[in-house]
Design a binder for this molecule. Structure first.
Ligand SMILES: [Zn+2]
Length: 611
């Protein structure tokens, strides 16, 4: 083995010998496999070769970029569409063909339905449950309707039972052989689960039985769930996009939630009669109870100040609200004027409970309003110019604490980032490759390269840098967030490169973008976005309410930078270029300097410079 490596090393010393042993290459990036199922009528392809070669896709000559990348769109019309890639250089050619297949529909089932709809009588008595309308893993709570459908021998009596609770309920035959029922779940049905069982009767005897392969869960509500971890968060909806659904924000351990349903691995939580949220099941321990959650009175609001020596390097102000137990809450932010809004569910306001402490210099005022019977809303107006993060926690039992961080203090006017703790998150890593460039470069590699240059430049600017990863390791989002928190970073920048889907022409989508979720952190995203645009990149845009996991924390300002499009062959050239990577990093550093200069506090020493 060692010998072979040695021989290869020697031959690489002479270029002509090297070229001789390295024939023309063709690397196909999209489609990723020889055969791909694809249902739509537009499909982008991407590949790479020698930059001096000519490239053809299905016989059509396409541009080869200086990186060797080439791309095109194809328009599949047939059941099977062949895509032939060919590259040519100095009389050499390399060809490869890949195939797109339109996914087949379940023809077997539909032909059976057609047969039955035509009125033909099946020879044997049979029942076939149709599970399509049942939603997987759904818990059918009070008032929910369970759609129950089956095919069976036409003209008979078909009935269903669910786990011995609902017994032999008749179904309607809507078409010959098609039976239907819509079962509404009663309000006070105890929780049970089981399959749907069908039985088909002739005049006297049951002639056939069948069971659904799926188990359904019915009734038994409401149930109290206790949040069992400090990583928990509430989702706004069921959320099935790749980012995992929009989030209200984190929710503290021990909070009591009223669970009223279940679907796709999430519990449905009633915050108020008209407002629901969802929470991943793993974050909740259930305790079944028949007591409805009681209305709670809020006690004193106390606004206190935490000293500089607290865990937060920049200090914090704390607002304390006494509640009889750990009630659920959601929070929002507003910018200009800077404000944090906290909705507490199950709480009713009490009078005369405001104490303002002078030391709480970051808090201007706290106001409250009873939004409806069981929703109390707190408005917390801040004195500082920017938002530097906050979180809600519970202290002893129902002591709600809203911890609002103060702005960090600039130590030296000419070095606004000196001693500031800034976290950099290089997107993806390990098995999570991210987007793919046409040259085969992976987003995780580009993100790490830019992040390392950003780290270097930030250290030069005097900052203390926290990296979520420095090599090709795979990290869960929760691990990344933990690294940021454990190192008390004041701020987080996530580095990514963008990509389009399969149905868009990669040459037509380009530009730099910045993403944030909370209004509080829009100024940070905006400043960095404008700095990136100075490089002459197209404008992809500034996007708010973005649902990326690392944009969800409220306890430090955060931004996701989509530097440029890796799927665009021109921007891919920039992203591959170490010089350009450094320029991008430099723009981000300048953006951070601007952000701190505008929104951090100035110490008296640092102001001296201007006197
Ligand atoms: Zn990414």
């Amino acid at each position: 083995m060692k010998k072979i490596i040695f021989v290869l090393f020697c031959t690489s010393l002479s270029y002509s010998t090297w070229a001789q042993y390295n024939p023309l290459t063709l690397g196909i990036v999209i489609p990723e496999q020889d055969t791909v199922e694809y249902p739509f009528s537009r499909y982008r392809v991407a590949a790479h070769t020698d930059p001096n070669a000519q490239a053809f896709i299905n016989g059509k000559k396409v541009q080869v970029y200086s990186s060797g990348a080439f791309v095109d769109m194809i328009f599949p019309t047939e059941q099977i569409t062949a895509i032939e890639f060919m590259v040519a250089l100095d009389g050499d050619t390399v060809k490869q063909t890949r195939y797109l297949i339109k996914p087949s529909t379940s023809q077997e089932l539909s032909s059976e339905i057609v047969e039955l709809h035509s009125g033909e009588v099946a020879k044997k008595w049979f029942i076939q449950p149709i599970l399509d309308p049942l939603e997987p893993d759904k818990w059918y709570g009070p008032g929910d309707v369970i759609p129950i459908l089956a095919q069976g021998t036409p003209g008979k009596t078909l009935s269903y039972s669910i786990s011995g609770h609902y017994l032999n309920v008749m179904m309607h035959e809507t078409n010959p052989g098609m039976y239907e029922a819509y079962h509404k779940v009663d309000t006070y049905t105890p929780l049970f689960e089981g399959p749907i069982e069908f039985s088909l009767k002739g005049k006297w005897l049951t002639r056939s039985k069948a069971s659904s392969s799926e188990i359904i869960k019915v009734g038994g509500l409401p149930i109290i769930g206790l949040v069992n971890t400090s990583d928990a968060y509430l989702n706004i909806g069921l959320g099935s996009d790749r980012l995992g659904g929009a989030k209200y924000g984190s929710i503290f351990q021990g909070v009591e939630l009223t669970i009223v349903g279940e679907q796709n691995g999430l519990y449905k939580v009633a915050l108020s009669p008209s407002l629901h949220a969802w929470i991943p099941k793993r974050f909740v321990d259930l305790k079944q109870t028949f007591d409805l959650p009681s209305q709670s009175l809020s006690g004193n609001i106390r606004i206190a100040a935490i000293s500089e020596k607290s865990v937060h390097s920049q200090g914090a102000d704390v607002i304390t609200v006494s509640l009889p137990k750990r009630l659920p809450y959601i929070t929002y932010t507003e910018s200009d004027p800077n404000r944090i809004i906290v909705d507490i569910f199950g709480a009713t306001s009490n009078t005369n409970w405001k104490i303002l402490l002078d030391e709480a210099s970051g808090i201007d005022e706290v106001r409250w309003v009873q939004v409806d019977d069981d929703r109390l809303r707190l408005f917390i107006d801040l004195t500082h110019k920017g938002h530097w993060g906050y979180h809600v926690e519970y202290g002893w039992r129902g002591q709600m604490r809203i911890v609002v961080k103060r702005p960090p203090v600039i130590e030296e006017a000419l070095m606004p980032l000196k001693n500031r703790i800034i976290a950099i998150d290089a997107g993806h890593g390990g098995r999570n490759k991210g987007a793919l460039g046409s040259t085969g470069v992976m987003e995780k590699e580009v993100a790490l390269a830019i992040s390392k240059k950003l780290e270097e430049l930030l250290i030069e600017a005097g900052a203390k840098v926290v990296m979520t990863r420095t090599d090709d390791s795979y990290l869960y989002m929760s691990e990344r967030a933990k690294i940021v928190r454990d190192n008390h970073a004041e701020l987080l920048v996530s580095i990514h490169a963008n990509s389009i889907g399969y149905a868009t022409d990669p040459r037509k989508m380009s530009g730099t973008g910045a993403f944030y979720k909370h209004m509080a952190f829009k100024p940070l995203a905006e400043i960095i976005y404008n700095k990136m645009r100075e490089l002459g990149l197209d404008d992809y845009g500034l996007t708010g309410s973005f649902n990326f996991t690392l944009n969800a924390p409220t306890d430090f300002p955060n931004v996701l930078v989509e530097t440029a499009f890796l799927s665009n062959p021109v921007e891919e050239i920039f992203l591959l270029d170490p010089y350009y990577q450094r320029r991008m990093a430099q723009q981000i550093v300048e953006g951070l300097e601007e952000y701190y200069t505008k929104y951090a506090h100035w110490s008296n020493d640092s102001l001296e410079v201007y006197k």
